[in-house]
Design a protein around this ligand. Sequence first.
Ligand code: ARG
Length: 458
Amino acid sequence: MAQLWGGRFTKETDQLVYNFNASITFDRKFYKQDIEGSIAHVTMLAKQGILTEQERDDIVRTLKEIRDEVESGKLEITSEYEDIHSFVEANLIDRLGDTGKKLHTGRSRNDQVALDMRLYTRDELLHTDDLLKELLETILKIMEANTETIMPGFTHLQKAQPITLAHHMGAYFEMFKRDRLRLHDIYERMNYCPLGSGALAGTTYPLDREYTAELLGFYGPTLNSMDGVSDRDYLIEFLSACATIMMHLSRFSEEIIIWNSNEYQFVEIDDAYSTGSSIMPQKKNPDIAELVRGKTGRVYGALMSLLTTMKGIPLAYNKDMQEDKELSFDAMDTVKGCIALFTGMLATMKFNKGKMRLSANNGFTNATDAADYLVKHGVPFRDAHGIIGKIVLYCIERGIAIDDMSLDELKAICPVFEEDIYEEISMETCVNNRLTIGAPGKAAMEKVIEAEKAYLAE
Ligand code: ARG
């Protein structure tokens, strides 16, 4: 048991208590951030004359040495240490003796862990943002290539009106774009440095918190030391953004699973992203999409867990807060993994344009436009709606589409119809007449694609 305290204790810690209390098995994940924070701290201590320049140089050099050895596998982070902070400090003291013992001057593990977790989350946030950008680029490519690929748009999973694949993909583009904007907002709020908050009440050393903050790439120091050590809002916000990303990925996965089904066959997932069955030789299953949909639950779980952990904690630091880590780390890894795999699956997926087109043709997706045709020729909309309803019934009984009816058949139900009805209710017309901002018409879609391209190039 290697721990940083014990002076006022007369008994050894019970082994079970020690294990229950220790966090090394999971906080080892941010050894880099812990060392980065310590380097900034001693750099500031030396600037303030609290440590000598020699002491600073020795500590910084040794901290880097420890980091490199952990990275190369030469130095192992073992559970003989209570947490990552003890591991680093103990190793430093082993190598530097008394100089190493000065690292923790004017610092508490409370502000140290608050810093480490914030640095780690900030890195994860930026990485997640990069992955989202790659996903958006993949979606945009599909959009550019498919402004004329007609497919049915659905409501209630019933064919509704014709759209294009570009338009459908564009909806997901907007969702993931908002996810990125959310991450950027969170970054702006979280990018303040808690180091220097001490245990809860700051310290009596003349720390230059602005300087430490600057060294670590923060906008500045946090402004209340009790809040500084016990704020996990940024993490809750990030997990909430992660939960929303997963919700979007899960919806998209659900559609891909449906589209990939034998009944729809709108898409074919690449062999590299599918799996087989141990018994049914014909099977090619969309497991990646299903796993992404399934993993959404554990990310929601991490958010709920942290919200619940935080809700009863009095100021300032309490050990409950150690529970902010395991599920958060799992959620962060899960989200990154899901975005990356989903992007790969999407980029290699084949779209079966013929099937999409056929499905749009055969689902009365032009019924609204047929009714609008009558309205343009003077029939009040409610009457037009009724007439087209009758026509649809007529078609269903015969297993045909509206376009398959002869002009005589149409006229028999409503004499207003003329030869131009066929052109007016063709899938192309239905789509391309929808030209308001955000609609699927080719010209409208192309404007949006240009704008989104500019956004990605920013
Ligand atoms: N392992 C602890 C955590 O994750 C570090 C802070 C310990 N501070 C303390 N006062 N025991 O929160």
